[in-house]
Design a protein around this ligand. Sequence first.
Ligand SMILES: [Zn+2]
Ligand SMILES: [Zn+2]
Length: 720
Amino acid sequence: MCNAKANMSENDQTNRPGRGQSKGEGPKGDQTPKKKEGEAPANKALKAIAALAGKARGQKAEAKQPQAAAKPKGESAPKAEEPGAKRPPSTRGEALIAPKEGQKHRPAQNRNSVKATVRQQAREENPTSSAQPPQTQRRRAPQRQPAKQKVPAQQPIMPAPSTSSRGKLKIIFLGGVEEIGKNITVLEFADDIVIVDCGSIFPKEDLLGIDLVIPDVSYLQRNREKIRGILVTHGHEDHIGAIPYVVKMLGGVVPIYASSLTLALIEMKLKEHRAAPNAALHVVAPGSHVNLGSTLQADFIRMTHSITGALAIAIRTPMGLVVATGDFKVDLTPVDGERMDLAKFASLGQDGVLALLMDSTNAERPGFTMSEKSVGETFDGLFPRAAGRIIIAMFASNVHRVQQVVDSAVKYGRKVCLTGRSMVNVSGIARQLGELRIPQGVLIDIDDLDDFADDEVVVITTGSQGEQMSGLTRMAFSEHRKLDIRQSDMVVLSAHPIPGNELSVSRVVDQLLRKGANVIYESLAEVHVSGHACQEELKLMHALLKPKFFIPVHGEYRMLSIHKSLAMAMGTPEENIYVPKLGDCLELSRDSMQLGAPVPAGAVLVDGLGVGDVGNVVLRDRKHLSQDGLIIVVVGIESTTKNIVSGPEIITRGFVYVRENEALVDEAQARAQSCIESCLAESERIDWSGLKSRLRDDMHDFLYQKTKRSPMILPVVLET
Ligand SMILES: [Zn+2]
Ligand SMILES: [Zn+2]
């Protein structure tokens, strides 16, 4: 039986549902007789949530579980879905109707090894293949030109199919609402689905050890055949960060449409993750027009934002036009001179906009956001004041800001050195695409830095958010291989700390100041401007687009709700505005907007290579371990003679410092010994799991009484 390894180290996972760990690890909780390691409560909760969620329309809804969506839902498998909405598409029918772009509908390939994905795929296979009701409705499928062919903007809005339940346009919010991050919105009409953006979000502090959080896309997995593409507004992480994972989950062949810089960043990610080597990547530019399936089309419109290549997307549907602004600000003097296409928005507004989804990040801020150019002016003012080196930290993706530093450097006769992995990568891509222009001879290698006098160089690096491994943080803490901070350095943090990063940023600033550097950050000079529109800019967009229905997105609840008030002040009736929640599905006709049945939405946690395999049980254990530590009791017992042949030995991690607590550990050992002996004496045959739970309870009581702490207790009983 218990052939557990004796050499449990602190790295050993306590969570393997292996033998010998049949109960919940908690000393008190989860005393469930199940072998499944404390999962029952989670499942129960799930079912309760599922039951609630399913009330609407009596639909069998899946649990809207906040975490690890992939994990426990496996059993709530394929059943009939919401009538109409998820009626499985007939892929055969599609082939007859409209020829799709070349790259679509390759057979699913590139099945990856990620557990969660495989699990989900398994439960996805069924619903679509069987029990397909015959399609009662012929879809209108005008022969469209192949993708990427540009056609004039004014296209007649297509006639609506009959007003069955299928005749509605659905807008589904899988992320990016009531939060800043993991933006992903789904538009669905009949058998066509398009996805707008597919971002990630950084984990909050309570998600111990989690690297990244991505949206739950089980709805998309279930409707994989309908997906006509992912349209990406721009290359920030909160819009592209989940693409490698989601593309894998969807079988690796989803076409992606984005501007050249955005697409280059996506490609870099896909390569890093070895995801979708065959992904169909389509470059679009302002003015591009793309057909998506037989009912949807998209136009791309130039925007200004804190990254180049930002686009708004206008999606033509049989119900009307839907405009998603993506992230933007109205920068009338952009660094590259390419203003956002206000005229296009005005003309869309003239044609009639059914629904508008707009960035709400800065909805709380009155006035206008300053032009990016104003930062360049600040740099120009700072450069002559620097006696030594200038070190500027910023987001690598803000190509225009890098450009402005380069411009100031050229003006003041300094060489430019780029350092930090993402800074080097993104700048490299931007230079190749011609979006970053560095004159010959200006760029120098970090190894050559010391060949130049201090007042002849500018270093551009990452780390404006105080990130642990970034260039600036390493320099501040003398961990950078090539560069240490000197007294004469001027260090500029050209960014605003993202909420949650304030502490790490101030830690870095303090450290830089300790080293004597002249540190300049946002509150001291205008070294940063936001990339998002303030209230007056938002109002401008409302005025131009005059949407029938308005849906604020990209923001926490208060930002969305303030944006709602702004829209009302601009004349949109309250009943035509909806502040969405995660998992909401809006159903729109030409003149109505209703809330449909919700779809599964939430967070999938990424930890190392595991996607969705870390759920509540694991997190609870991590929390427990982090708060009270771990005690392992190892004992060897000969099954025939019922003698203790080795141990019990007590191993502790994160509980007490053993050398200073030898008496306690000795006492614990004696206590364990007597507990085991009395257990063994009680019956003829050894009840191994009973022995372990007795040992656990007994040790817990003892340690709690002695220390008022409840460490995780892990008995390891070796049968010899
Ligand atoms: Zn964003
Ligand atoms: Zn952005």
